[in-house]
Design a protein around this ligand. Structure first.
Ligand SMILES: [Zn+2]
Ligand SMILES: [Zn+2]
Length: 701
């Protein structure tokens, strides 16, 4: 019988497993990578074979579909024993495996002085290692990866051909004799003597700032005691850094992960996890003013060796890039950063892939950045046809749709730079090629006339003859939530920073009754002037100034001259219904953060205060024609007294009560039994918790 299997079946030790199972069952035939699928022919009971195979599945493999049809005559198969046949290009489709943290077996070998891979920083196997970041094309064979430059030595070839070995048919097998090598350079680019990874550890411990090349990119790194100097050098005074720590014991010195957060930290994806931080001078230096700290465990071979050698148990690790540009991939670009030492290796990075960032909420995983380890991924999609979606502008990723599935690209970045746009285009082109998408019928772009992603969308549409579709930002958020939950209609709270509205104003505190073809804006927050447009996003005092002025009071904060000017500008300013801006204004008024030096700063610093608050101050936000009156709510706040945290949470709760009320009435009237919450502000744990509590309480009334 001929068995065709779709899923994650390449680059995960699948063919060797098939070989083992067939041999154990005494069956004859072959297994072959065919495009993105695997084809098996056996001369015995195919159903029994498949059920045995499912039992023996390697950890990273995933079967999406199994198709069994008659194949070659048994006579022909029985003459061939069981073979791993040469790959065929076949049909393209799903199946690019993810980068996966080094497994325990490989770690054991790396730290065994008698093993031939002792301290070898490219020790991986069929269960682990770099994949997506080094694969040029499918089928997943060495020649289509950036390991093609490194022919196997005779020892590796022997392992590769031995059905009983852990690396039987492992495509990226290598060893210190035949594999890639690290080299260490000082700040002037001169080679440093000694074993590169070990010497790099020594230089970091001496207080130097280094660049380390990994699987899908490069990290800037230093010890925690060097961090104050690194902040000055990197001109990043307030923005939090992620830290990589040796093990779970070390995690618990800086943060208090719960069980789900521990599972995320130790998962094979090894994302950066935002975990409640333990307040100390050190954690304050890492994440100033925030309640969480971004923390992750070593995942590459080199990182494990580095931490074995270091006395420090934590390092600052951040994507190495020129601010605003994508993470650097090439040595010469890294050296332009002018760090103090460089740990490079000679294996090319095919696909840039930043670290993923997640946080946990009630045992669910929120993706702040879905990238390394989580990409590529297929999401079931309710429509057929081929389409491309471009992101909005900040923190974007692209997406492709084909065969009723959606594939997101890795994290791309902020599209205001030409380099990031180029990266978006090449990431889309790569997945498009591997998915075998020829004709594209539609290209989705954001409605905002100023977004540079629109230019790319227009060009791609012209090139492919596809229809260009403009999509309102918050409707896109809402429908994404529908896709996640496999429903086709919903009333969704989209609480966000900014998005261009149908009326030309900046939206972001929206209640939308969404379907895939249309939406109705059921309610929103009151409009507040953004004095000077984008300026007010950074100088958040302008928001509070505008609110006070709207209430007939003096705006405060500024000199008389500046105030007069701002008052004049206010009449002509764009308006916003953004919840993010309201959170910024609240943060500013309460004296938590008065200037935004990085994306989300005032609201993120407010989150820490919110988590300590009790909603004991009586505040209520009136609703007029679906508009939640936030300015009068501020008037109530200005009159109120109490602890900062209680004022903050009482305010947010009042606002959410009105928004949820609008949503629930609409859902009720349409026979829908749930409401949705999405958008940038929905990552705020208190906003999420309160929304849920309010909705549940309303449902019980
Ligand atoms: Zn391994
Ligand atoms: Zn070798």
């Amino acid at each position: 019988m001929r068995i065709t299997i779709r899923g994650i079946v390449q680059g995960v030790g699948f063919r060797p497993t098939v070989h083992r199972v067939a041999t154990q069952l005494g069956m004859h035939g072959y297994v072959q990578n065919n495009g993105s699928n695997v084809v098996i022919e056996v001369d015995g009971d195919a159903d029994r074979f498949v059920s045995e195979l499912r039992r023996a599945l390697p950890p990273l493999a995933r079967l999406d579909s199994v198709e069994i049809v008659p194949g070659m005559p048994n006579g022909e198969l029985s003459s061939m024993g069981f073979q791993i046949a040469k790959s065929s290009s076949g049909q393209k489709g799903v199946g690019i495996p993810n980068d996966t943290a080094v497994c325990d077996n490989c770690r054991r070998e790396m730290f065994d002085p008698n093993d031939r891979r002792h301290l070898y920083p490219f020790t991986n196997c069929t269960d682990c290692g770099a994949r997506f970041s080094i694969i040029r094309d499918l089928p997943y064979d060495r020649e289509f990866t950036s390991m093609n430059k490194f022919p196997m030595c005779s020892d590796c070839a022997k392992e590769y051909g031995d059905p009983s070995a852990r690396r039987f048919h492992h495509q990226t097998i290598s060893c210190p004799v035949c594999g890639p090598k690290f080299r260490l350079l000082d700040g002037d680019g001169k080679a440093v003597e000694g074993e590169p990874v070990l010497a790099f550890a020594g230089m970091l411990e001496k207080g130097l700032i280094g660049v380390a090349k990994g699987w899908g990119g490069m990290h800037l790194c230093c010890t925690l005691s060097t961090l104050p100097r690194m902040r000055q050098w990197y001109r990043r005074r307030e923005k939090p850094f992620a830290i990589m720590v040796r093990d779970m014991d070390a995690v618990r010195k800086y943060a208090t992960p719960d069980k789900h957060e521990e599972e995320l930290l130790t998962s094979t994806h090894r994302p950066i996890v935002l975990v409640p931080k333990i307040d100390s001078d050190v954690t304050e230096q890492v994440a100033p003013g925030l309640g969480n700290i971004g923390i992750f465990l070593p995942y590459t071979e080199m990182q494990h060796i580095l931490f074995q050698e270091l006395n420090d148990e934590a390092l600052v690790m951040t994507s190495a890039n020129v601010p605003g540009e994508p993470m650097v991939l090439r040595d010469e670009d890294a050296m332009a950063l002018e760090a103090e030492c460089y740990l490079f290796h000679d294996r090319e990075i095919v696909n840039r892939c930043d670290d993923s960032v997640v946080r946990s909420f009630e045992d669910r995983t929120f993706y702040i950045r879905k990238s390394r380890g989580h990409i590529p991924v297929a999401i079931d999609f309710p429509f057929s046809g081929n389409a491309i979606g471009l992101g909005a502008q900040e923190s974007i990723a692209g997406a492709l749709v084909t065969g009723k599935r959606l594939y997101a690209t890795q994290y791309i970045g902020d599209a205001s730079s030409a380099g990031v746009l180029e990266f978006l285009e090449s990431a889309l082109a790569y997945q498009r090629r591997l998915l075998g998408i020829d004709a594209v019928e539609a290209i989705g772009i954001d409605l905002h006339p100023g977004y540079s992603t629109r230019r790319l969308g227009k060009r791609l549409a012209e090139e492919s003859g596809a229809k260009l579709v403009e999509v309102q930002h918050h409707w896109a958020h809402a429908t994404a939530l529908l896709v996640d939950h496999q429903i086709d209609e919903g009333v969704v709270l989209t609480l966000d920073g900014t998005g261009y509205g149908d009326d030309g104003n900046a939206w972001g505190g929206e209640v939308m009754h969404s379907r895939f073809g249309s939406y109705r804006r059921i309610g929103h927050l009151q409009e507040i002037p953004l004095i000077g447009g984008e300026k007010a996003v950074y100088d958040v005092k302008r928001l509070v100034f505008a609110i006070r002025e709207m209430l007939g009071n003096d705006g405060g904060y500024y000199t008389d001259v500046d105030s007069a000017l701002l008052r004049k500008m206010m009449t002509k300013s764009p308006k916003t219904t953004s919840m993010g801006r309201v959170m910024d204004a609240l943060s500013c008024y309460l004296g938590i953060c008065q200037y935004r030096s990085y994306d989300g700063e005032p609201a993120m610093k407010l989150e820490k205060i919110l988590e300590k608050g009790e909603p004991t101050v009586e505040l209520a936000a009136e609703v007029r024609n679906g508009v939640v009156q936030t300015v009068p709510l501020f008037a109530q706040l200005f009159e109120s007294e109490g602890r900062k945290q209680d004022l903050a949470i009482s305010f947010v709760k009042a606002m959410l009560e009105s928004l949820v009320d609008i949503a629930c009435l609409e859902a009720d009237a349409n026979g829908l039994d749930s409401i949705g919450l999405t958008g940038g502000v929905s990552y705020n744990a208190t906003v999420c918790r309160l929304t849920k509590e309010i909705a549940v309480a309303l449902a019980h009334q």
